[in-house]
Design a protein around this ligand. Structure first.
Ligand code: IMP
Length: 405
């Protein structure tokens, strides 16, 4: 069985939780897009772990993890994550594989990333790394294994950055190459072999659908495709290998960086939700803007990714609210789609449905039937509006705080 996990909002849907839930039965977890601009937070025996590049499946001792060719790879970050995880007792053995074709984030990418703060990126060099990839001057993981070729490519690229010293960057990256060499593989061949052998495979998309460079709120997006189809190009497998796409949806909306968020909460409610939901960027620590659940935009993600099942996360965060709104649609005119001119989205009027809140803690509840009737009402309305099956609801940060349906 091959499943893709996709975030249905602007990232930070707690996809790490979803991988943690589904990953315990997975033989392989593979990441197909983005880079260290993404952050997965996992709570493991009460300890908070943040991953940026290593697929979160690594917490399971027998799960094989793959970082695909579609990832923009910052080698320094990856090495630091590997070392941190090792120090927490996580064994790597021969179970982390890194695509030889993944493009490297170089020091000059970080210097040039969103210099004028137009998008408010994470400044991890991701956009400029993909720019070089598509301009066909990128440097890839395999180049690190061939010092002469690496030096030639590096010196060509560094011509534009006289402040950077060729030998310094060269030595540093050759050192990274030596560390990473045992992990480098033809991951497309490996993954296809695992799939042909009937392994349970999870393909993990970073960020969220509304940040997709093609389908999201362009230009306020990331530089890769979180969309499920990108799992094929970002890992080198055929589309017919994918059995299903599972969406992850937070019970409300959040957004970090610039770009429209039409369902944004009033300042008092936003503060309440941000504090309870710990809505601060896992990568940058920036406070996230928070909004009501936007079922209209999530609906776009459901359609464009062919999502049939979703996992709802952080439902407990809404517990203290007396009423809860869902945006069902927008009043907008004269544009082919809401994404045509995202700069106009904030001018479109959301149409809300208001439901009563449950005003009681739900984190301890493990059976759906034991949830307050208002909570069930909210969940069932979401399922109805989106026409999807809800397979799990997260009601707290630990993996025990989960209700399976
Ligand atoms: P970049 O991906 O660093 O280029 O940033 C582009 C936009 O995407 C910025 O608004 C970021 O805040 C946002 N972004 C990128 N990755 C994530 C993520 O994993 N969660 C939430 N927002 C993200």
């Amino acid at each position: 069985m091959v499943r893709v996990i996709v975030g249905t909002q602007w990232g930070d849907e707690a996809k790490g939780r979803a991988i943690q839930l589904l990953g315990k039965n997975a033989d392989v977890v593979a990441r197909y897009n983005g880079g260290a601009n993404a952050g997965h937070t996992i709570y493991l025996q009460g300890e908070k772990l943040i991953f940026h590049l290593v697929p979160s499946g690594i917490i399971y001792p027998y799960t094989i993890c793959i970082i695909g060719n579609g990832v923009a790879l910052d080698p320094e970050q990856l090495i630091s994550e590997i070392n941190t995880l090792k120090s927490k007792g996580i064994e790597f053995g021969k179970r982390l594989f890194l695509s030889d074709k993944a493009h490297l984030v170089m020091p000059y990418h970080k210097i040039t990333d969103d210099k004028d703060n137009i998008i408010e990126t994470t400044k991890r060099g991701i956009g400029p790394c993909y720019e070089d990839k598509y301009a066909r001057r990128g440097i890839r993981v395999a180049d690190l294994l061939y010092p002469k070729i690496f030096k030639e490519k590096l010196s060509l690229n560094l011509k534009k950055y006289p402040s950077l010293n060729l030998n310094e960057v060269y030595e540093k990256y050759i050192g990274f190459g030596k560390f990473l060499a045992p992990f480098v593989a033809d991951t497309s061949r490996l993954l296809n072999q695992f799939i042909d052998d009937g392994k349970e495979v999870l393909l993990e998309g970073a960020h969220g659908f509304l940040l997709d460079i093609d389908h999201g709120t362009y230009p306020f997006v990331t530089s890769s495709n979180p969309q499920a189809g990108s799992a094929c190009t970002g890992l080198g497998i055929g589309p017919t290998k994918i059995d299903e796409v599972i969406g992850v949806m937070k019970s409300y909306t959040s957004r970090v960086g610039k770009g429209p968020l039409p369902t944004r909460l009033s300042p008092e409610l936003e503060e309440k939700v941000r504090e309870k939901g710990e809505e601060y960027g896992a990568t940058t620590g920036r406070p996230r803007r928070c909004g009501w659940l936007d079922a209209y935009l999530v609906g776009k993600a459901i359609k464009s990714n062919d999502i049939k099942k979703i996992i709802i996360t952080k439902l407990d965060v809404l517990s203290s609210l007396s009423e809860i709104k869902i945006c069902k649609e927008y009043k907008y005119q004269n544009v082919p789609s809401i994404f045509s001119i995202p700069e106009l989205i904030s001018k479109f009027e959301p149409v809300y449905e208001t439901l009563p809140g449950w005003r009681t803690e739900i984190s301890h509840i493990t059976k759906y039937s034991n949830l307050p009737k208002e909570t069930k009402n909210y969940v069932e309305r979401i399922s109805e509006l989106l026409n999807v099956k809800i397979i799990a609801i997260c009601v707290g940060p630990e993996k025990e705080n989960t209700i399976y349906l």
